[in-house]
Design a protein. Sequence first.
Length: 285
Amino acid sequence: MPELPEVETIKRGLENSLKNQTIHDIKLHRQNLRHPMPTLLETGFVNARILNLTRRGKYILMHLDTQSTILFHLGMSGKIIVKPYDTQYQHQKHEHFTLITKEGQILSYIDPRRFGIIDLFESDTLHPMLCDMGPEPLLEHEDVVYQQSLVTHLYTKLKDKKQPIKNTLLDQHIIAGLGNIYVCEALFMAGISPLRLSCIITKKECLKIIQSVQSILLQAIQAGGSSMRDYVHSNGKKGYFQIQWQAYGKGGILSQRCSIKGKKAFIKRVVQAGRSSFYCETCQH
DNA sequence: CGTAACTCCTGATGGC
DNA sequence: TGCCATCAGGAGTTAC
């Protein structure tokens, strides 16, 4: 799925196109994604106004003026597209949720694999999915104090974990929003092997990890999200920027950092917890 | 309790 | 061209 930068990009797109608009109609085209979708969505929100959109981890939250919030998760293959409404409109294959505004915009939620989630909760409560989530890796503005608190938090969490650092960073309870690609890239940048046991990571290395995570996420957000195979911006256009990955998907390719130092080392692919990890044995320890 | 394996689902890709 | 195996950005559940 889109990881944090892509979700953030989509959220911003939705905010630009839908903020303060009024819901004209919502349609569900099936009952379930990963979980059942509340049928109340179809009937309960005509004339509700969209106050704003926020992001928490990989979730997008649409806050309505009815004290309700719609929660979206895009799973592995989800996308959200917004475009002007056309009366000829017919929902496309794998479109499971459609929202039309009185102002004439149409939001389509499309998710072939249906690993995503659409749910509803009261705005003054916290959705169960959001309760135990780790801290956000980024704040709106650069903040050294926050960065330090993240380092301390991470170090505390890693201290008694026996699993590889790669697996721990993918756990949304530790830090919110990281996925397979950005973890691979951050560990490459930090010079830390994905195989390293979490409990033997030093505090200094935690700082390196947090710095790398923040740097890569910021870079990706500024680039408008990355353009993986089936990732689409919320306006429906293909991602217009492809980050030059250093490690992810680069199995068998020369490690850039080693090349600069005149060494010849290749990026290796291993499988951890059923997911591909890419790293350089020579410059990641 | 923590950890790893299994599970949901469709589509793209590559080898034969 | 078709068929089959493999892989994919996630994460909850189950089994140990």
